[in-house]
Design a protein. Structure first.
Length: 284
């Protein structure tokens, strides 16, 4: 009974220890899942913050570059205009000197007419050239603005598409992770149920074997006790037979002794009577 209680206590302690280890593993798995989720969210937040900072840096750099390009273009235009003004001033000075020199000459009137016509032609040609240049620059600026708008629109579309792809990938990864965790929990639950069923089956088999062994042991003990009782009864019967034979022998010996004594007594009595008869015969 003590050994059986010890075994039951050991099995109970083993089952409690297995249950405690399973609970501890489940707590550790839950902590690991929460830590993994927290780490994943932290990494996603850090990546998003780095991406936002990078986009802000790119946007600021783009704005700075655009403003610098506008300033450089304005500076170059201003420098070209200053050079043009200086050239025009020098030309006007030279023309004024030439006009003064030609006016001093004999052909001052014809030269003045030709100069005016040439000046008108040159100014018209220059104005047409400047107008064409301004029109070409305006067309280039409009084309550059349209190209920049299209480029920004395409960049925004690409960024939206990349964000959508990353969001879809994160969503798919999250869904796969949740499905994998569900499968892992189901597999662990099935494994735990199988282990519990196997332990229950083993304990049931052990109990059944122990009950069979106990029944066989009780049967053997009863047979052994019955055999001992039969042996004791056989010993008693043999002792009783020996005692009966001894008693019969003693009775036979006593009877023979009594018969011998009776015969001796009878012989003695006959002898006494014979002597008395002889004596009486003598007396008579």
């Amino acid at each position: 009974r003590c050994f059986y209680n010890q075994k039951i206590l050991q099995k109970t302690f083993g089952d409690w220890k297995d249950w405690w280890t399973v609970c501890r593993e489940r707590k550790l798995s839950l902590r690991a899942d929460s830590h993994d989720r927290h780490l994943l969210h932290n990494l996603i937040f850090k990546a998003w913050r780095a991406y936002v900072c990078q986009q802000q840096g790119k946007r600021n750099k783009y704005y700075v570059a655009e403003s610098h390009a506008k300033k450089q273009k304005l500076l170059r235009t201003w420098q070209h205009w200053l050079v043009y003004v200086d050239v025009q001033r020098t030309k006007h000075g030279m023309q004024s000197v030439a006009l003064a020199f030609r006016e001093r000459s004999c052909l001052r009137i014809s030269w003045a007419v030709w100069r005016r016509r040439h000046y008108q032609n040159c100014t018209g040609h220059k104005m047409s050239i400047l107008a064409l240049q301004h029109w070409a620059q305006s067309l280039q600026f409009r084309a550059w603005l349209q190209w920049r708008e299209l480029y920004l629109y395409s960049q925004n579309d690409k960024q939206k598409e990349s964000r959508a792809i990353t969001h879809h990938q994160h969503w798919e990864l999250k869904r796969c992770m949740e499905a994998w965790l569900g499968y892992l929990n189901l597999h662990r639950a099935k494994k735990l149920q199988n282990e519990l069923a196997q332990e229950h089956h083993q304990s049931r088999i052990v109990r059944q074997c122990f009950s069979d062994w106990r029944l066989s042991w009780e049967c053997r003990r009863r047979m052994h006790a019955h055999r001992k009782d039969i042996e004791k009864l056989a010993a008693r019967i043999a002792l009783w037979r020996v005692f009966a034979h001894w008693k019969h022998y003693v009775l036979c010996v006593e009877e023979t002794q009594q018969c011998e004594l009776a015969e001796k007594h009878y012989k003695h009595h006959l002898l006494v009577r014979a002597l008395l008869c002889i004596r009486w015969k003598r007396l008579w």
